[in-house]
Design a protein around this ligand. Structure first.
Ligand SMILES: *Cc1c(COP(=O)(O)O)cnc(C)c1O
Length: 355
């Protein structure tokens, strides 16, 4: 702790992302990245964008990309806000819509960035327990003091909350913003986007990092009532006018427009997810019903930490959360068919040795 730090820097408890190890013999199934490359159109768009125009600042209002997202999602441009990864969109949303001193709610098992933002911005939070089957109990989010945020599907549980239940949470919080973090929605059965037209207090946040295989590009977006979008712009324009550079804007626009390619990727990953779930169950794992590009599982006799560590010794990275609530679960990102074959060869061996 330095005497030069502001109280904000002092109280910060930074988020720790999954390890980013690179190497020829590393199998990375730990940060829910897409195992497939992005659309080839992304590459072309980036090449075309790296020209003399780079001497100019990009559009501060990210117009062409917002237009593309609006078209794809069936809304108008003034319903769309774009940020440098949905993590930035989330941070701006906390600043724009949650009030210091007013208690917000999110699930006790969820994306661990939420408590980080809340702490940084001095927003008190209540971590609402999930039910025993890891589902969200909608009633426990009714009538919040300061607002609600949860991912749907939830992470790291992979469990999806049906839209009619999501709607009750929005309906029962009409004086506060309900943020639905849809990082994994393209692997799920439905989006809350349709609710944006009925309710002015819902903000849906999505990303290009998972289903569109562009975690390295850093583009995410929020869709909501134009007044919410204006609130987000006020925050952004008070921090950084140009969060999306010219190359990222061109690449993201191409990715959004190539819906056929995105559909191909998600279809493949969902197929692999089905077979991964089955194979885990054959090894006696309990696997939660996943609507994401990862699975969340626990073994009745082999501790999660042992599985995590022994896979790591072989260069296979999965996610293990050493917390009271999650210490016996592992989270495995869905890779390619071949990657999952390699994973299961190692896993079967570990299970049979430790049982
Ligand atoms: C991956 C993820 C994000 C962050 O996505 P970026 O757009 O890469 O910042 C946000 N929320 C959840 C729940 C995620 O899993």
């Amino acid at each position: 702790m330095s005497k030069f730090w502001s109280s904000m820097a002092k109280r910060a408890k930074p988020y720790v992302p999954g390890e980013q190890v690179e190497g020829p013999n590393i199998l990375k199934l730990n940060t829910n990245e897409n195992p497939y490359p992005p659309s080839p159109k992304v590459n072309d768009a980036m090449k075309n964008a790296t020209n003399h125009a780079l001497r100019l600042y990009p559009s501060p209002t990210v117009d062409s990309l917002r237009e593309a997202i609006a078209q794809e999602q069936g809304v108008t441009k003034d319903h769309v806000f774009v940020g440098n990864g949905s993590d930035e969109v989330l941070a701006f949303s906390f600043m724009a819509f949650f009030e210091p001193g007013k208690m917000i709610r999110f699930p006790n098992i969820t994306y661990s960035f939420y408590p980080v933002y809340a702490t940084l911005f001095d927003i008190p939070f209540e971590e609402v327990p999930l039910q025993d089957d890891f589902t969200i109990l909608p009633e426990s989010f009714f009538q919040s003091e300061g607002g609600v945020i949860f991912p749907n599907p939830n992470a790291p549980t992979s469990v999806f909350l049906p839209l009619e239940k999501v709607e009750t949470i929005i309906e029962q919080n009409q004086d506060h913003v309900v943020m639905i973090d849809e990082a994994y929605v393209d692997f799920a059965s439905a989006s809350a986007l349709s609710l944006v037209h009925t309710y002015d207090n819902v903000l849906v946040i999505q990303t290009l990092s998972k289903s569109r295989a562009l975690a390295g590009l850093r583009v995410g977006y929020a869709i909501g009532n134009p007044e919410l979008i204006e609130g987000l712009s006020r925050i952004k324009d008070s921090v950084n006018s140009y969060t999306i550079d010219r190359v990222a804007m061109a690449a993201a626009t191409a990715a959004i427009k190539d819906e056929t390619y995105t559909k191909e990727l998600t279809t493949k990953i969902i197929q692999t997810r089905t077979s991964v779930t089955k194979q885990l169950e054959d090894l006696n794992f309990e696997v939660l019903p996943s609507q994401t590009n990862f699975v969340f599982a626990t073994h009745p006799s082999v501790p999660a930490q042992v599985i995590y560590e022994q896979l790591k010794e072989q260069g296979i990275l999965i996610r293990f959360f050493n917390t009271e609530l999650l210490h016996n679960h592992i989270r495995i990102t869905i890779g390619t068919e071949e990657e999952m074959k390699q994973f299961f060869t190692a896993l079967k061996d570990i299970i049979s040795k430790n049982i």
